[in-house]
Ligand binder design. Structure first.
Ligand SMILES: [Cu+2]
Length: 225
């Protein structure tokens, strides 16, 4: 597990940097660039220019990048990144903020999942939130919608069982002085196919809270089906 985690963390940092660069350059969508793991070992992934070449334009496309099911370290790797905007904004996004006082438009999120033989690691990195503030976050069952309730309830490993960070994926975090935050959750189980579809950022930590923002994420067993 230690080897897998090391690979994942390195890939996450580099892949996240690439995603932010791509987003800063106005790239709309880059699906399945297939470089998540290779980026970490090779040190060079798809540059923003290369991504732009594959996906020209981008006007009206969601502001996000995904790498799904990239094989690495005996498991597989998923990364999704997006830029928050309010529902109905000019550029449609899979990252929706329902409370711009807590999650400003333009704030960024990156969610990663490593699914291996011994379990699942979910990581999240946030940028551009309110500095020095606690936030709650969980994995939810359905994709985000205009209605904050669209994302459904928390994903539960054992349905209708206990609502706690063992049976659910809780990603509470506190932002630093820059408004950036990160969280990680480890579980010995994996997601059911299509059972986990989003993360919700809440106004407070713990098992409940107002829904401040939502990001649709392609969680999955990823190679473990
Ligand atoms: Cu939640």
């Amino acid at each position: 597990m230690s080897r897998g985690r090391g690979v994942s963390r390195g890939a996450g940092v580099l892949a996240g940097t690439a995603a932010l660069l791509a987003l800063a350059c106005g790239v709309g969508v880059a699906h399945g660039t297939g470089g998540g793991a290779a980026d970490a070992s090779g040190g060079h992934g798809a540059s923003p220019a290369e991504v732009s070449a594959r996906e020209p334009g981008g006007g009206g496309e969601p502001s996000r990048t995904d790498d799904v099911g990239v094989p690495v370290g005996g498991g597989s790797w998923m990364r999704a990144a997006g830029v928050f905007s309010p529902p109905g904004s000019f550029l449609p996004s899979d990252a929706l903020t329902y409370d711009t006082g807590l999650v400003p438009a333009g704030a960024r999120i990156e969610v990663t999942q490593f699914a291996g033989p011994s379990g699942t690691r979910v990581g999240a990195r946030l940028r551009g939130l309110v500095p020095g503030r606690p936030y709650g976050m969980h994995v939810h069952t359905s994709p985000c919608g205009v209605d904050p309730a669209a994302a459904g309830p928390h994903y539960q490993h054992r349905p209708a069982a206990t609502a706690d960070p063992v049976n659910e994926v809780w990603l509470d975090f506190r932002t630093d002085e820059e408004g950036d935050g990160r969280a990680e959750a480890l579980h010995a189980w994996g997601f059911r196919a299509d059972g986990a579809r989003s993360v919700i950022i809440h106004d407070r930590q713990g098992g409940a809270g107002e829904r401040a923002a939502c990001f649709t994420v392609p969680f999955g067993p990823h190679g473990r089906e």
